[in-house]
Ligand binder design. Structure first.
Ligand SMILES: O=P(O)(O)OC[C@H]1O[C@](O)(COP(=O)(O)O)[C@@H](O)[C@@H]1O
Ligand SMILES: [Mg+2]
Ligand SMILES: [Mg+2]
Length: 336
């Protein structure tokens, strides 16, 4: 008989490992689960619903907001405000952090940082997109008003992080600091089921993911590494294969399973890199380290040790199989 372990059961099992657990994190995860199911439903029929295309406004990053960016932001915001365990969120689609001022939330001990819809440029062309989330305990006292300090915590202080990928199937992949597990959504029974237990990234891979359209603007060390990936050398399994979907969640997920490296370096267009530290780089760095991989902003600079200064700050991201990131760091050390 087929044993199905649902996400709900898995979280409750994990909770028993923490004797003083209050169940609040479990409750927070059920909010994320609910919003993910609603997004799954909408994305699956996106071509039929009025949910494609631009929303006609720019977000704080100066990027045109897509209708699905706005929709996803509202769904996650509403779901996270429901259960009184989250006192505030910071989102790619909100200029300032949002506090849930209803009294019940002031006692919420968690803050959530979220990229409600990752891979926005792929929405209208039916390519997989995602949601990325990062969870911290607040630093301000319970019952008091939420402050920016609650959000500007270094990545190693995360108590959980994860993503949802809306692809050929919808999956939720997360960690609470005890390994990384993946759950596939079964819409026929409306639950996420454990499908990828204890994910570990291979130490080496043969996939590199980078937008080579920006190549001429990359630092020399990165250029040299990309050339290294393309050289012929069967002893080191090169040339590697180039794969770039243009949705961080999807490129990350593939490399997590198969081994590989994802690079979003600095360039003249993005002098500090494109991706946002708090709700893209930190959660992915937390997951990759839990899966045995590495995430750096440059040689020896662990993403999780960066002290954030602003909500939407950007930083370069090099993440993936430890041996591949290590090799890239050698090139950056030598060539800058
Ligand atoms: O088109 P580019 O410059 O290669 O950027 C692609 C990257 O930008 C992103 O789309 C940024 O995320 P958002 O879609 O959430 O803004 C990543 O998912 C992706 O990896
Ligand atoms: Mg994103
Ligand atoms: Mg986004």
């Amino acid at each position: 008989m087929e044993i199905i372990k649902t996400l709900g059961e898995f979280i409750i099992d994990q909770q028993t490992e923490y004797p003083d657990a209050s169940g609040e994190l479990t409750s927070l995860f059920s909010s994320i689960r609910l919003a993910a199911k609603i997004l799954h439903r909408e994305i699956n029929k996106a071509g039929l619903a009025d949910i494609m295309g631009s929303a006609g406004e720019d977000n704080v990053q100066g990027e045109q907001q897509q209708k699905l960016d706005v929709y996803a932001n509202e769904r996650f915001k509403n779901a996270l405000a429901q259960r009184g365990v989250v006192c505030g969120i910071a989102s790619e689609e909100e200029e300032e952090f949002v506090t849930f001022e209803e009294t019940k939330n002031l006692d919420g001990k968690y803050v959530v940082l979220i990229d409600p819809l990752d891979g926005s440029s792929n929405i209208d062309v039916n390519v997989s997109v995602g949601t990325i989330f990062s969870i911290y305990r607040r630093v301000s006292p319970l019952g008091s008003h939420v402050t920016e300090e609650d959000f500007l915590q270094p990545g190693h202080k995360q108590i959980a992080a994860g993503y949802v990928i809306y692809g050929s199937s919808t999956m939720l992949v997360y960690s609470t600091g005890n390994g990384v597990n993946g759950f596939t959504y079964d819409p026929t029974i409306g639950v996420f089921c454990l499908s990828h237990p204890n994910l570990k990234i291979p130490a080496d891979g043969n996939i590199y993911s980078v937008n080579e359209g920006n190549y001429i603007h990359f630092p020399d060390g990165v250029k040299k590494y990309i050339k290294y990936c393309q050289e012929e050398d069967t002893t080191t399994n090169r040339p590697y294969t180039s794969r770039y979907i243009g949705s961080l969640v999807s490129d990350f997920h593939r490399n997590l399973i198969k081994g590989g490296i994802y690079l979003y370096p600095t360039s003249s267009r993005y002098p500090n890199g494109k991706l946002r530290l708090l709700y893209e780089c930190n959660p992915m760095a937390y997951l990759i380290e839990q899966a045995g991989g590495t995430a750096v902003a440059t040689t020896g600079q662990r993403i999780l040790d960066i002290e954030p200064t602003t909500l939407h700050q950007r930083c370069p991201l090099f993440v993936g199989s430890p041996n591949m990131v290590g090799k890239l760091e050698e090139f950056i050390t030598e060539f800058g």
